[in-house]
Design a protein around this ligand. Structure first.
Ligand code: IMP
Ligand code: MG
Length: 177
């Protein structure tokens, strides 16, 4: 399954991800009294999380995607961010939940929240499957976190290494060699 130059070690097995996503869904369902809830997923990494999380929230939801690129193809953000695909729907007056795969430096989300706030949503919060708190450069409040993980590069369940491994059901650490 892995490329010859990589070894993959399971960090969070699929069953554990599924159980945690259901818990988060139940929590979000309790916290949002008004329908619809706007789920805005960041492409591409958050799409598996969005698919499972949205079905764990028994509410009317509206789903949209936003594309962001942080320049550079390596394993860390370079600090420069740009919008590559905008929303199709208006979020004015809406309760928005931004759905992200992982918060690392916090640079991507700091930028995105700034952009979305200018569109006057009623509320805006973040749900991230993973959080690497030790890597934070910009302080950012994440209302719903699936798992905190150590400073290791992970793939699977949407997360990639140079576009590989998004389709793994487990979250795995990539080891070189
Ligand atoms: P931030 O701007 O540094 O918080 O970067 C967040 C983005 O970097 C995420 O949306 C991911 O696309 C990517 N990223 C950060 N850490 C990892 C990782 O361990 N595996 C895969 N992608 C990562
Ligand atoms: Mg991402």
């Amino acid at each position: 399954m892995a490329l010859p130059e990589h070894k993959l070690r399971v960090l969070i097995p699929a069953e554990q991800i599924q159980a945690r996503v259901k818990e988060l869904g139940a929590e979000i369902e309790r916290d949002y009294p008004n329908d619809p809830v706007y789920l805005i997923a960041i492409l591409k990494g958050a799409f598996f999380f969005l698919a499972d999380l949205s079905r764990a929230i028994r509410r009317t939801t509206r789903i949209d995607f936003i594309g962001i690129s942080s320049y550079g193809k390596g394993t860390s953000s370079s600090g420069e961010v740009k919008l590559t695909k905008d929303l199709d729907i208006s979020i004015e007056g809406a309760d928005v939940l931004v759905v992200e795969d992982i918060v690392d430096s916090g640079i991507t989300l700091t930028y995105l929240i700034h952009v979305l706030e200018q569109r006057k949503p009623r509320s805006i919060r973040i749900a991230s499957l993973l959080d690497k708190p030790s890597r934070r450069v910009r302080p950012i409040q994440v209302a719903y976190v699936g798992f905190q993980i150590p400073d290791q590069f992970v793939v699977g369940y949407g997360l990639d290494y140079a576009e590989n491994y998004r389709n793994l059901s487990d979250i795995c650490v990539v080891e070189e060699g």
